[in-house]
Design a protein around this ligand. Structure first.
Ligand code: SIN
Length: 517
């Protein structure tokens, strides 16, 4: 199969990019790969919203810039922060033009607040912002005849000189595997766009869906593309305890934005003793404070006291949270919600420039799998959907020129080699993959969570090396499957995260090593 542009990932980044190309370049052909159904993405689960300055009487670009820099704790690229924030409004308008709804009040956008924001500036649709965006973008993308969507296909590897035995130093597309038939397709493409999200599945407790196994990061690593900032993993302070249908359910930070207060086992509102911004301090501060309180009181959770929010308002703004809690017989807002931190967002990723280009020609990365410099050491709440919109736009401008001016001749992409793999299938050995995935999650949760230490990082490295060797042995013998691809990626991402962590000697934002303190 060949195409002009291959997009891997169907969340807000991939779909926004694809819509822009399809609309503005009807002459270009685009293939969009979704790991599951088009709608099953990380975007879909985003509750909070998009941080965009829109009330210029009260708010300003400068205030949003400052809040982002403060949350990022010295590691943001200030130029990137500036242009992302200044371009936000225009990108939001496009999203609305494509049919996305946001809550309004007296005909103005309703704005809410989250941790680290000095003003109310989060636009949202109830507590279902991501779902609303996902549905609108899917409807839009399906209206174009130059876009072909392949659902239920998993990225295997990027196609590079390693496969073609050439030396053009470009990306030529990707190998992907179908979940149904487990067949590996070769897709030749002049530009390849990774929008594959993060890797929350490296941890036992994550707000991310099952598909968040770092597929783009793993493939980029194997293609020797630069990856930066992986140790900066953001833990969301408030994930519901217990799990819901086996998954960790998010309690949006906007609930604290509307006044809810964290209390420990003894009923004490503890945040004032950690930070003057109390419950609305940036996420890294709040997550660490909760973890400390849990240890100090020997508890598996703390409470989110929502009593100050009127029932009707709660139901209207947070219908999903309301229903989920009531289903578990937690009578919100009257009764407090048991919560604990959970892995939520990878601030690091594939290093890209202001046009979303990676260091490998023809390869772009957008959204959580990328490292743009916006988030630094700790992402400001609701800045991620904003980043996706801005960088999807910039990538579309740059890559549409790339495919016509910098790519190779068509026949090169038509003659790419097929994937060479092993034919052996062993159900018994396949079962080992689940065991290895679970072992990896246990190692990362125990040794590379919110609090790290030198010894723990070394233990993690040793245990990951053993998991890597066992994975390699299976890989050298067995037929590749989608589950296998995930395991390979999880091992790669965990390994880079640990190796990069061992080199960090300053605690900033989400990264905290007790031996650096
Ligand atoms: C939330 O609703 O708390 C999540 C928003 C985000 O991660 O930016």
């Amino acid at each position: 199969m060949t195409t002009d542009i291959l997009v891997i990932g169907s969340g807000i980044s991939g779909l926004t990019y694809a819509i822009k190309i399809a609309e503005q370049h009807p002459d270009l052909q685009l293939i969009l790969i979704a790991k599951d159904e088009l709608r099953e993405t990380n975007t879909r689960y985003a509750q909070g919203g998009i941080a965009v300055v829109s009330d210029f009487k009260q708010d300003s670009f400068e205030k949003h810039i400052q809040d982002t820099l403060i949350a990022g704790d010295g590691l943001c690229d200030s130029e990137v922060v500036k242009f992302v924030i200044e371009e936000g409004q225009e990108r939001l308008r496009e999203l609305q033009d494509w049919g996305t709804l946001f809550d309004t009040q007296q005909k103005e956008l309703h704005l809410t607040k989250e941790g680290g924001h000095s003003e109310k500036r989060i636009v949202h649709y109830k507590d279902q912002t991501g779902l609303q965006i996902q549905e609108a973008l899917i409807k839009k993308i399906q209206s174009f005849s130059n876009v072909r969507c392949l659902e239920n296909h998993v990225l295997v590897d990027l196609i590079t000189d390693h496969h073609t035995k050439t030396n053009h130093q470009k990306c030529y597309g990707a190998y992907v595997i179908s979940k149904e038939k487990e067949e590996i397709l070769t897709i030749g493409s002049k530009a390849t766009i990774l929008s594959t999200g993060g890797a929350g599945q490296l941890y036992n407790h994550t707000t991310n869906p099952y598909g968040a196994t770092g597929d783009g990061l793993g493939a980029a690593y194997r293609a020797r593309v630069k990856i930066e900032g992986l140790p900066y993993v953001q833990f969301h302070p408030t994930a519901l305890v217990p799990k819901v249908n086996g998954s960790t359910f998010l309690i949006s930070e906007a609930v604290r934005g509307e006044g809810a207060v964290l209390r420990n086992k003894k009923g004490t509102a503890f945040m004032a003793s950690y930070d003057s911004r109390k419950d609305l301090a940036p996420r890294d501060v709040v997550a660490r404070a909760i973890a400390q309180e849990m240890t100090a009181t020997d508890a598996a959770f703390v409470h989110l006291d929502c009593q100050c929010i009127e029932k009707e308002k709660f139901q209207q703004h947070f219908p999903t949270i309301y229903d989920t809690c009531h289903h578990l017989e937690i009578n919100v807002p009257k009764e407090p919600i048991p919560i604990a931190p959970a892995a939520h967002y990878f601030c690091g990723g594939i290093a890209v420039n202001a046009q979303s280009r990676s260091q490998l020609d023809g390869l772009y990365a957008i959204g959580e799998c990328s490292y743009t410099g916006l988030h630094g050491a700790n992402r400001l709440a609701s800045n991620s959907l904003l980043e996706s919109l801005v960088f999807a736009h910039r990538a579309a401008l740059d890559s549409s020129t790339f495919v016509t001016t910098e790519a190779l001749e068509d026949d090169f992409y038509e003659a790419l080699p097929e994937w060479e793999g092993n034919p052996e299938v062993s159900v018994e050995k396949m079962k080992q993959m689940t065991v290895l995935k679970n072992r990896l999650r246990k190692v990362m949760t125990q040794y590379a969570g919110i609090f790290k230490a030198d010894d723990d990082l070394n233990k993690a490295e040793q245990k990951l090396s053993a998991i890597y060797l066992e994975t390699l042995e299976l890989y050298q013998k067995l037929k590749l499957t989608p589950q296998f691809c995930e395991l390979r990626n999880m091992v790669s991402v965990a390994y880079i995260l640990i190796k990069q962590s061992q080199h960090i000697k300053t605690n900033q934002g989400t990264f905290y090593n007790a031996d650096n303190a």
